[in-house]
Design a protein around this ligand. Structure first.
Ligand code: NG1
Length: 559
């Protein structure tokens, strides 16, 4: 899982400027999204007119199934979408901003709370799924959750689907207790889940499920409105009980999602998301998603030598750099360790650099990368060598950083991971700045004039993919191939999205090229590698995708 040498990664600052060059100004002028998780009463409030016919049929089926299963109507639905990360991979847990969007695909947790005086009240929570053959019904007793710190069994590699619901339930109970909010005891509940996010594809199906479960239990136990940032933070912590050292991007994208907008998600000083509109170019700017059908890294099975190792590499690199350049103690992320963002910000402070323009950012990125290379002169270090750089005994370092989440690694690559993180963070700034500027400049341009903008955005995505493949080592041959095919058929840029080692690619495509790109992917990837796929399976594997709305509590009067 380590790369042998520093590859010639496309440097983020040599991206060609479109003409006329956009001014570098992070899109900070957008109004902040509303603070509270909205309660909606119409499907129109969730889905666009394009998606309404399909979603209406789906919700009809959910209502009917609920009634048939539990002989009573559902009272509310907690709905959270998946997410596609446009750029900014594996940098959220280093506290750098990322640019995801919420998907229209989502997880619906439909609930009926039985009142105490209902003859059917029996202290049980019955949890069913519309895909009942794949996800069998589970029954729990509310008394088992009197202590909110109850254990969720995640032993072995086979995590039951219900564990994600229980993680949300545990989060809701824990946070209600810690925040001493006005809650009622856990009531008898009937629950039916319907998710249409492809699992293990890097689209955050699990985070969407945890978010909607947590919201469902909160809605069943409190009448208070729920703050979006509270839901994000508590979902992140809840998912950790499943062995995921989660960064926070997925939950933020899911909760803060805004239709037709990407989200510039920042984690400091508090988690926040600034919507950046993405559809106002001429021709319109589209995204095509392609699932490699290689299962993305999964925390329970492969996390110990993929995701969890990357988190530790990023933390140790930050701590060692902070020590070497005596920038002072870094702010600790989640009781774990310092972050590369912390180190970067401290260097800027120490040097007295004021940020805000492209040149200053570029200079800071160059300088921090130089320090990384000076500190780590090769790609692999043994644990003993890392501990020595950290000034700790190996066993102390292992105990502190490598036991909280399962890790399997004898060698760590602190150099390439850090360079990826620092350069990727700069690409996020450039990409979001370009997107924001496109809304002001592009509406009036003709198709050919907008091409440099597409090319500039695409070049950043391609540079991100090269860095994920070569420096962060989180791509795989199938994903690399998908990105190459997409570019050959007209995508301006293409990259992996999500945790990686499989999963999906996202490609930036002009609207008039979308059909070509999808056809090219079908012909050159799916027909060759997966000739047995049915038409509908293919439609689910490769499709155009638009940004959708975020988490809502739905009390739909008539579907
Ligand atoms: P997915 O693709 O959902 O497993 C994971 C992390 C993100 C982020 C990305 C990589 C969780 C729940 N999600 O996403 O926070 O770090 O990888 O950019 O841990």
């Amino acid at each position: 899982m380590t790369s042998a040498s520093i590859p010639a990664s496309p440097s983020p600052w040599t991206t060609p400027h479109p003409s006329p060059p956009p001014t570098y100004s992070p899109p900070l002028s957008f109004p902040p999204p509303d603070d509270l998780v909205p309660t909606v009463t119409r499907l129109h409030d969730i889905y666009s007119s394009v998606d309404l016919p399909h979603q209406t049929a789906r919700w009809h089926a959910l209502v009917a199934r609920f009634k048939a299963l539990y002989d009573r109507p559902m009272t509310f639905v907690a709905r959270s979408p998946g997410r596609v990360n446009l750029i900014g991979e594996h940098i959220d847990y280093s506290w750098f901003p990322v640019l995801p969007m919420a998907t229209v695909h989502d997880v619906l947790v439909a609930v009926c709370v039985l009142p105490q005086n209902d003859p059917a009240t029996d202290d049980r929570i019955i949890l069913s799924n519309v895909s009942s053959s794949k996800y069998p019904t589970r029954v729990f007793n509310t008394h088992d959750f009197q202590d909110p710190f109850f254990e969720i069994s995640t032993s072995g590699t086979d995590v039951d689907w219900s564990a994600y619901f229980l993680a949300g339930l545990k989060g809701a109970l824990m946070f209600s207790k810690l925040c001493a909010t006005e809650t009622t005891p856990l009531p008898t509940m009937r629950v039916l889940v319907d998710g249409d996010i492809p699992p293990c594809a890097g689209l955050s199906a699990s985070s969407a499920f945890v978010c909607s479960s947590l919201l469902a239990v909160l809605a069943a136990t409190t009448s208070s409105m729920i703050e979006k940032s509270f839901l994000v933070n508590s979902s992140v912590i809840s998912e950790r009980v499943l062995g995921v050292n989660s960064g926070g991007m997925d939950q933020a994208a899911s909760v803060f999602g805004v239709r037709d907008h990407a989200l510039l998600v920042d984690f400091r000083p508090l988690v926040s998301a600034k919507p950046v509109r993405v559809l106002d170019t001429v021709p319109p700017l589209c995204f095509v998603l392609a699932n490699s059908l290689v299962v993305a890294a999964n925390r329970a099975e492969t996390g110990p030598d993929t995701y969890n190792v990357r988190v530790v590499e990023a933390v140790l690199a930050a701590e060692i750099l902070a020590r070497k350049y005596t920038v002072g103690r870094l702010e600790i992320r989640d009781g774990f360790g310092g972050t590369l963002r912390g180190f970067y910000d401290r260097v800027c402070e120490q040097e007295g650099w004021t940020m805000g323009d492209r040149e200053s950012e570029e200079r800071a990125v160059r300088e921090v990368v130089r320090r990384v290379q000076e500190t780590f002169d090769r790609d692999q270090y043994s644990l003993d060598e890392v501990a020595e750089k950290l000034g700790q005994k190996t066993e102390d370092m292992v105990r502190k950083y490598m036991t909280r989440f399962p890790i399997m690694a004898k060698y760590l690559n602190l150099r390439d991971r850090s360079i990826h993180v620092i350069e990727e963070s700069f690409r996020v700034k450039c990409f979001s700045s370009l997107l924001a500027s496109s809304t002001h400049h592009l509406r009036t341009l003709s198709g050919s004039e907008s091409r440099p903008y597409f090319d500039a955005l695409g070049a950043l995505m391609n540079a991100s993919q090269a860095s994920c493949a070569n420096l962060f080592d989180c791509s795989c041959p199938e994903v690399d191939e998908l990105t190459q095919i997409a570019r050959r058929y007209g995508a301006a840029g293409s990259r992996i999205t999500g945790t990686g080692w499989g999963g999906c690619t996202v490609s930036l495509v002009r609207a008039d090229k979308v059909a070509d790109v999808i056809d090219g992917l079908k012909k050159e990837y799916y027909a060759v590698r997966y000739p047995e796929l049915s038409g509908s399976q293919l439609e689910q594997a490769v499709f155009a995708i638009r940004p959708g709305n975020g988490t809502v509590l739905a009390k739909i009067e008539a579907v």
